[in-house]
Design a protein around this ligand. Structure first.
Ligand code: GDP
Length: 295
């Protein structure tokens, strides 16, 4: 496991071999390699710094376990820490005591928010939870059509009022419909912009206030790399997120954004998107992601 990291740590290990303790002086080269691996996996720089100092604190003074190579022991410490920071286990979607569970989707345009809305609805449908999707992106009429088309494809109804209505009102009435018709979950797709802007945030905040969602999920494109950290910080500070969906993990990305998102918001990543198809959604598992990040 972690052959790539093990290879690059090869030189650093020479200093660890034959030592009976992992100490500050014999670990520096190894930490530098881990730092480089994390940066290459697109973990945010500040997050990397904090992570490295935590690993250093954990590793220092660790007795080398008899029969275990210190390099393997060190990799285990790094891996365990990664898994721990990312939350250890999968955190499922919240389920409201009094349905419908209301899920608000947030994120920039192009991240895969609308696709993720349909993916989530299909996922829930497969476990016998009825879903209503609500289309509030009135700025891009194509987004409403996209959701309607996806809805037909997966046999999940869509509440929409065209592109002349007020998004906050659409969300409110969508939830009302969901409640009246006893849907189990209402998922609200919202407008995204190419960049964060004040109007978008204000509108999202108003929708959130009106519908009082049980989940506010930030959709983050794994290919965003370093920027995922700033994005998460802004959304979390201004809207407050309860979880995230990391999309486009079928691409080249090593998934370092997962670490940044979790670290910065404290909110768990609940699902990952692994393709354009509506079935391409998987629960997020911290251990699998840790392996991927370490390479
Ligand atoms: P939105 O603007 O955030 O609603 O984004 P869309 O849902 O319209 O998705 C933007 C593009 O990304 C579309 O071409 C999707 O097919 C694609 N996409 C969404 N999720 C994934 C994913 O997990 N993997 C890949 N490869 N493409 C995705």
């Amino acid at each position: 496991m972690f052959d790539a990291l093990a290879d690059r740590l090869e030189a650093a290990w020479k200093k660890l071999r034959g030592q009976d303790k992992i100490s500050q002086s014999n670990i520096q080269d190894a930490l530098r390699e881990v730092r480089r691996a994390l940066l290459e996996a697109d973990v945010n720089l500040q997050v990397v710094k904090e992570f490295i100092s935590e690993v250093e604190a954990k590793a220092q003074g660790a007795e080398v376990i008899a029969g275990v190579r210190p390099d393997q022991q060190f990799i285990k410490i790094v891996y365990d820490e990664l898994v721990q920071v990312m939350g250890e286990t999968n955190v499922p979607l919240v389920q409201a005591q009094n349905p419908p569970t209301i899920v608000l989707m947030a994120g920039l345009q192009g991240t895969g928010k609308t696709t993720a809305t349909a993916k989530l609805a299909l996922h829930l449908r497969k476990i016998d939870r009825t879903c209503l999707m609500v289309a509030t992106d009135v700025y891009r009429p194509a987004a409403i059509e996209q959701l309607v088309t996806l809805g037909k494809q997966i046999d999940v109804p869509v509440f929409e009022m065209g592109s002349d209505a007020d998004p906050v009102e659409i969300a409110r009435l969508g939830v009302e419909r969901g409640r009246a018709e006893k849907f189990d979950t209402v998922i609200i797709d919202t407008a995204g912009r190419l960049q964060i802007d004040a109007d978008m945030m204000a509108e999202l905040a108003r929708i959130k206030e009106v519908v009082q969602p049980h989940e506010t999920l930030l959709v983050v494109d794994a290919m965003t790399g370093q920027e995922a950290a700033n994005l998460t910080r802004t959304f979390h500070e201004q809207i407050g997120i309860t979880g995230a969906i990391l999309t486009k993990l079928d691409g080249d990305s090593r998934g370092g954004a997962a670490l940044s998102v979790r670290r910065i918001s404290g909110a768990p990543i609940k699902f990952v998107g692994v393709g354009e198809k509506v079935e391409a959604l998987q629960p997020f598992y911290p251990d699998r992601m840790a392996s991927r990040i370490l390479g």
